[in-house]
Design a protein around this ligand. Sequence first.
Ligand code: 3SL
Length: 245
Amino acid sequence: MKLFVYHTPELTPEDSLPDCAVVIDVLRATTTIATALDSGAEAVQAFSDIDILMEKSENWLPDKRLRAGERGGEKVAGFDLGNSPLDCVPEVVADKRLFLTTTNGTRALQRVAQAPIVITAAQVNRQAVVNYLLEKQPLTVWLVGSGWQGSYSVEDTACGGAIIELLVEQGKMSLEEIAGNDEVIGAFSLYSQWQDDLVTMFHKCSHGQRLLLLNCHEDLEYCAKTDIMDVLPIQKDPGVLVKQS
Ligand code: 3SL
């Protein structure tokens, strides 16, 4: 297995695809996706464009769908939910399809949607992602951070590092054996620095600061929780993520 870390979707190569793409948007899209599926949502269908989301969700039974998402971190007007993972409790999402649009996470998903395997990762489901990679042993794995509008987001790369750390430890591989690019070593080092205090890192980073201005303190605490749910979101059709059974 060779791992490649790309800090943003824009930095991924355009002329190739990996055997497995792991999309990461810790604050907050991939944390929300994992939580919704863990709470029994039927699927999460991701869109970068609000008009297309409206059109596609119109074909779904109203009592089986939820429109969710944010722009600038705030709930899209007229939608059922924003992008807070804390809203994705079983009483709200069970058996429903979440039609989700977010600024960066859904764009990252689109960028790698043609890869043979697409999964999503966050701190909350890191162990499930590592279990899957160790079991399937894809030859090439891209860990793709969502960033913020084309620029680097430290929390996504740190989550890539969290995955690498566990792969090295549990897969009994050396860092140099699995590193396909130097970003892998950078991500590993970054996570080593912050692993015991991710909440502090989230409070310092630009997207964390943006969310704090929107009073999302509890979201930051929640998104920092590590290995708390055994759920692997996996793409079944382009843009449609289900819980791997
Ligand atoms: O950009 C995204 O995909 C979102 O996760 C951003 S936010 O945390 O909901 O503001």
